[in-house]
Design a protein around this ligand. Structure first.
Ligand SMILES: *[C@@H]1O[C@H](CO)[C@@H](O)[C@H](O)[C@H]1NC(C)=O
Ligand SMILES: *[C@@H]1O[C@H](CO)[C@@H](O)[C@H](O)[C@H]1NC(C)=O
Ligand SMILES: *[C@@H]1O[C@H](CO)[C@@H](O)[C@H](O)[C@H]1NC(C)=O
Ligand SMILES: [Zn+2]
Length: 638
């Protein structure tokens, strides 16, 4: 820094004063050059959103058009990486092109996991002399409602390694860490055994990981009837899980393309070697079965009876196992293969008029385990209708301030692959230019109440939108009223419950890597009696039976898809068109305070939370608290 002497200082002040006076003169006496035209430009630049646009968008959503898209998208199985899913990509592309968007297909070459051809993954009950006494079914029963199709993929857990371990079974309830702790306390050694556990409560990948950490050599997962049925009437006569229904699903702990962590899966990106992949992928074979098959295996188990909370809905006493009747064993036979395939995201853009470099994103995945009725086609169909009403309004003369992008992701079911790869390729500009990402997925997972998870900054905008949107299943009420009544905030019942975005759909890379506000919304069943998972899933989740017929059983008029579409497009309009972005950091601060309070363990002076459930930038905020309050951070269970 230069030292300023006394004389130099006076001269500098003099110069500043002269410059200031000259500037004032120019301002006062310059000829008036701003005519009515520039006035118009100025007014356009500073105009606020036109509130009536939202009403046209909301009332424009047509459930008959949603139904038409739903029928097309669910007409064939469309697993990621198959020609049938390229067909859905082309359908979405054609729809958006016709609606007037600038559309791009964005392919990536990613590593997915499929069952080996000409092999059926099974679990068998084996006698001590090696005879096979029972073998689990080779697929789900096809009723006469179009379930029979050559492209249906057999039930499997993607990214399970191949293998054929043979051992006694140990029953581990939901296979959470606490369940394994209880097993150890009860004196059951899991080491060298095959774990059998029910789906629910936590992500299935964690179950596999916990089983592995406790020394298991394999794991079998099943959906217990107590969690996925309500009485004995099941699909096709109700929405409840039939005995052969099986939940598919990936078991990877790290999301995105497994071979290109942190980088887009393009031709120029280096892939992990086979050894590196092996080190990060699941270590023990995992196989999902239906509860009819689970019954046949569980009833052969010996050992002490499992605790009362561990008893499920099958007509047997669930035992902890370790030994089995007549020295039988269970043999898993899993043959999966990793395969590099092309996947396709479809991205539709429409430029804003004033701040065209700012973009609001709306997205949903398109790939499904089988027909994908609720998951994800109820959401995809709703999204195609949202983009239509938006484009129609623009054709009608509306000039949205910012840009919008609609995104149809591929390979979400294999670990959010399509969205992660796209974010990895575009993260630099997204961090600077993306305003928010609004996600929908299984829009019609139930008909009781909407459930929304959002970054707290979006709270006011979402509530404002919900007050404008009718609940189409409850005539005369707004979505806000029904939501508040059926799914209230646990701390303040004046408001509906707004959850924190957790994991499990394509908003995750936007929440955690781009670090922008995100939202995900779906209609759910909160009261229908499935105790487990009741807010996360629905009875036919990832089974053969989640198709068009199932969606229409849950919601014949598609009023739920219509309400969710209206809520999301109105929230998007607010974000696209408002002069000042409708994001409120005070709500964020308040929410973080709340989390810290609930997570703060005053005895240990430690904040415990799971990095997986709280996004990266929330972790940084927690670290800030740590430095202010002199408390330490712990990662793990809350
Ligand atoms: C469990 O069994 C394994 C293998 O038989 C053994 O190495 C281990 O020590 C056992 N653990 C306990 C706690 O008994
Ligand atoms: C369901 O249970 C009821 C009552 O236990 C019984 O009467 C009925 O026959 C059962 N229906 C079927 C399809 O099993
Ligand atoms: C949801 O659907 C079921 C089955 O059609 C119906 O009995 C129930 O009344 C519906 N619930 C609501 C809240 O609309
Ligand atoms: Zn989904």
């Amino acid at each position: 820094m230069a030292v300023i002497t006394g004389r130099g200082c006076i001269a500098a002040i003099g110069l500043i004063v002269i410059a200031f006076v000259v500037g004032l003169m120019i301002g006062l006496f310059a000829p008036q050059r701003y005519g009515p035209k520039s006035d118009l430009i100025l007014r356009r630049l500073t105009r606020d959103a036109e509130p009536d646009v939202g009403n046209t968008l909301i009332s424009g959503i047509d459930p008959a058009i949603i139904d038409k898209h739903l029928q097309y998208l669910t007409s064939r199985p469309h697993l990621a990486g198959t020609p049938d899913n390229l067909r859905t990509a082309e359908y979405v592309k054609d729809q958006w092109t016709e609606q007037g968007y600038d559309v791009q297909m964005v392919p990536y070459d990613v590593l997915l996991s499929y069952p080996e051809e000409n092999h059926i993954n099974t679990a068998s009950l084996v006698a001590s002399d090696g005879r096979v006494l029972y073998q689990t079914s080779t697929g789900e029963h096809a009723f006469s409602h179009g379930e029979s199709h050559p492209e249906v993929v057999q039930p499997y857990n993607a990214f399970s390694p191949s293998g054929h371990p043979e051992s006694e079974l140990v029953y581990a309830n939901y296979a959470r860490d606490v369940d394994f702790e209880n097993l150890a306390r009860l004196g059951v050694n899991v080491s060298g055994k095959i774990v059998i556990a029910r789906y629910g409560q936590i992500f299935r990948g964690n179950k596999v990981n916990f089983a592995y950490q406790n020394g298991a050599v394999g794991i079998i997962l099943f959906m217990d009837p107590s969690d996925y049925t309500d009485g004995n009437v099941t699909y096709p006569d109700s929405i409840w899980l039939p005995p052969t229904g099986v939940q598919r699903g990936n078991i990877v702990m790290i999301k995105g393309d497994q071979a290109t962590p942190g980088y887009p899966a393009t031709w120029y990106t280096e892939r992990l070697t086979e050894e590196e992949l092996k080190a990060k992928l699941p270590k023990i074979p995992c196989h999902p079965i239906g509860y009819a098959d689970a019954y046949m295996l569980l009833r052969e188990m010996e050992g002490t009876a499992a605790p009362p909370e561990w008893q499920g809905g099958l007509n047997i006493t669930y035992r902890l196992g370790g030994t089995m009747a007549a020295n039988t064993k269970v043999k898993l036979f899993v043959k999966n293969k990793l395969k590099t395939v092309k996947i396709y995201n479809v991205i539709a853009k429409m430029k804003g008029v004033i701040e065209s470099d700012r973009v609001v994103l709306i997205g949903n995945h398109r790939d499904a385990w089988v027909f994908g009725g609720v998951d994800p086609s109820s959401g995809s169909a709703a999204m195609l209708e949202m983009s239509r009403v938006y484009a129609e309004r623009v054709k009608g003369g509306w000039e949205p301030r910012r840009s919008v992008m609609f995104c149809s992701w591929d390979a979400e079911e294999f670990g959010l692959v399509g969205s992660y790869e796209w974010v990895e390729e575009n993260v630099m500009w997204l961090r600077n230019q993306a305003v928010a990402y609004l996600n929908i997925d299984s829009t019609t997972a139930g008909n009781y109440s909407i459930g929304v998870a959002a970054t707290p900054t979006l709270r006011r905008a979402v509530f404002r939108a919900a007050k404008k949107v009718p609940d189409y299943n409850q005539a005369g009420q707004t979505l806000f009223d029904v939501w508040r009544e059926r799914n209230p905030d646990t701390l303040n019942s004046e408001f509906p419950r707004l959850k924190m975005p957790g994991a499990g759909s394509d908003f995750v890379p936007f929440e955690e890597d781009v670090a922008i506000p995100t939202l995900t919304a779906a209609y759910r069943n909160m009261d229908l009696g499935y105790r487990v998972h009741k807010e996360h899933t629905h009875p036919l989740y990832h089974t053969l039976y989640d198709g068009y017929r199932y969606v229409k059983m849950i919601d014949p008029e598609l009023g739920t898809a219509r309400s969710v579409a209206a809520l999301v497009i109105e929230t998007a309009r607010d974000l696209v068109d408002s002069l000042i972005l409708p994001l409120d950091v005070r709500d964020y601060a308040e929410a973080v305070e709340g989390y810290i309070e609930t997570l703060f363990d005053s005895e240990k002076r430690t904040i415990f939370f799971s990095r997986h459930n709280i996004g990266g930038y929330q972790v940084r905020i927690a670290q800030f608290y740590q430095s202010r309050r002199g408390i330490s951070l712990g990662f793990g269970q809350s």
